[in-house]
Design a protein around this ligand. Structure first.
Ligand code: AMP
Ligand code: ZN
Length: 463
């Protein structure tokens, strides 16, 4: 019996055996996508890589996956408390482009970076701005059900209507309330949140829409409830995001959907924990962050970052250092060259015992560090080479390191080096061993290693 798939559900705060809600259909997964007012940083990608790993593990277990990831191209304010500037308008000002242009620019950049990391694209990537009508309809339904109230600047969700509001984050509601000072015209309770924000009278925003309540834009959380419902239904299998989403964004998604549909949206709530830099959260809003492009500029390929992420469990924070990334790049290079040195045979099948151990690791709440260790054991172990190769190729369906597709870079041999190597071959044929060794040393000094083969020789750059 293969190990059952067990996942950590943050709603119940427990490890639970996974079973799909609809055994006949695909597993339905919603992951909160990028806010496209800037590039995504490598911290964001740690979360997207965890979600990609989850999808691959579901497939490994024989499930089909239906994955929806939204593109947040509107409506995020710079603070979680529905105050501050609109991030899109701020990004537009910073770059001198329109909010619509930067949304397009950073969405494309996100898609390119996803590809570079071998992240499997979502089945649907709905943009919030293409779903304004669905969001307005969602808010209108909440209003009909009596969950909303109006202030001078918008329509708010009344969290006092829900006894179990904040359960996901185990929020201390009384404590939050004690610290909340109500200004006239303000929201009533600390945990209430905006569903629709009205454009201030007399001003025009780059992104705003007409609504039954007046011209404005949707609140931060409503897009996910509305689009998740549209593409996946009222109640689906797994909802993911980064750990920062637990206390506010996902708490409020649950509140909205529960108020409208009576469900808590997803059966499992899973969160990727932060990538830190210098032991602090890497954050776009702080303006200091690393992009995938910055790794490439340093000569590190994006897949080395994927390897680095596999070395830490998704439920632990991971501190980023260049040393750790370099070590990951070396690990990846060794795994790949080890794989490519293995003989192949068309009829070789993966080793069942190794596959069992690998399955036990990934099905234990996505324990990729252990899974990676199993891959190394296979490479270094005593199985026949073609079996090792077939086993590692199968593991790579989950690891996503592109082992079989990789080709060593072709390095052009300079003519002078080629001439020296030919001279050495002549010397060997003439049994002039001292001369042959002298030329080998000269080649080494010039940075080349020569290997004698049955059919001649091969030249390889050293190091
Ligand atoms: P955003 O574009 O800010 O909405 O974030 C996209 C995704 O990245 C969300 O799931 C966030 O929770 C997640 N995220 C943000 N910062 C980090 C970080 N430093 N490490 C890991 N994930 C993060
Ligand atoms: Zn969301």
């Amino acid at each position: 019996m293969p190990a059952p798939l067990v996942l950590y559900d943050n709603y119940t705060r427990s490890l639970r055996e996974f079973a799909p809600l609809d055994p006949a259909g695909p597993v339905r997964v919603y992951t909160c996508g990028p806010t496209v007012y800037d590039y995504q940083h490598i911290g964001n990608f740690r979360t997207f890589l965890f979600e990609d790993g989850l999808k691959r593990v579901l497939r490994w277990n024989g499930y089909r996956v239906m994955h929806v990831m939204n593109i947040t191209d509107v409506g995020h304010l710079t603070s979680d408390a529905d105050t501050g500037e609109d991030k899109m308008e701020k990004g537009a000002r910073r770059t001198g482009r329109s909010a619509w242009e930067i949304a397009e620019l950073y969405t494309q950049a996100f898609i390119d970076d996803m590809r570079a990391l071998a992240i499997d694209p979502p089945d649907v990537m709905p943009r919030a701005t293409d779903h304004i009508a669905a969001q307005i309809e969602f808010v209108a339904e909440l209003e009909r059900r009596g969950y909303t109230y109006r202030t001078p600047d918008g329509i708010y969700f009344d969290t006092s209507k829900q006894p179990d509001y904040g359960y996901l984050a185990r929020l201390d509601r009384a404590g939050l309330e004690a610290g909340h000072r109500v200004e006239p015209g303000d929201k009533r309770s600390a945990t209430d949140f905006a569903l629709w924000k009205l454009s201030p009278p007399g001003s025009r925003r780059q992104m705003e829409w007409e609504s039954p309540w007046g011209r404005g834009f949707p609140g931060w959380h409503i897009e996910c409830s509305a689009m998740a419902q549209q593409y996946l239904g009222d109640w689906f299998d797994i909802h993911c995001g980064g750990e920062d989403h637990i206390a506010v964004h996902h708490t409020n998604e649950i509140a909205q959907t529960e108020a409208r549909c009576g469900t808590r949206l997803a059966n499992f709530w899973m969160h990727g924990y932060f990538l830190l830099q210098n032991d602090a959260k890497m954050a776009k809003s702080a303006g200091t962050f690393l992009r995938i492009g910055a790794l490439v500029e340093r000569g590190v390929e994006p897949l080395a970052f994927r390897y680095l992420c596999l070395t830490g469990h998704y439920r632990s924070q991971l501190n980023f250092t260049w040393e750790a990334l370099d070590a990951a790049a070396t690990g990846l290079a060794r795994l790949r060259s080890g794989f490519h040195a293995l003989a192949s045979a068309p009829d070789a099948a993966p080793d069942a015992a190794s596959v069992g151990r690998f399955t036990a690791a990934i099905n234990d709440d996505l324990n990729f560090p252990r899974a990676l260790a199993v891959a190394w054991e296979v490479l270094r172990g005593s199985l026949a080479e073609p079996v090792k190769r077939a086993t590692l190729e199968r593991f790579d369906d989950v690891l996503g390191l592109g082992l079989a597709a990789w080709r060593p870079a072709q390095v052009a041999v300079p003519p002078a080096i080629e001439a020296l190597a030919r001279e050495r071959a002549d010397a060997r044929r003439a049994r002039q061993w001292a001369e042959s060794d002298r030329i080998r040393e000269a080649l080494r000094a010039a940075g080349w290693e020569v290997e004698d083969r049955a059919d001649g020789y091969a030249l390889k750059p050293r190091g």
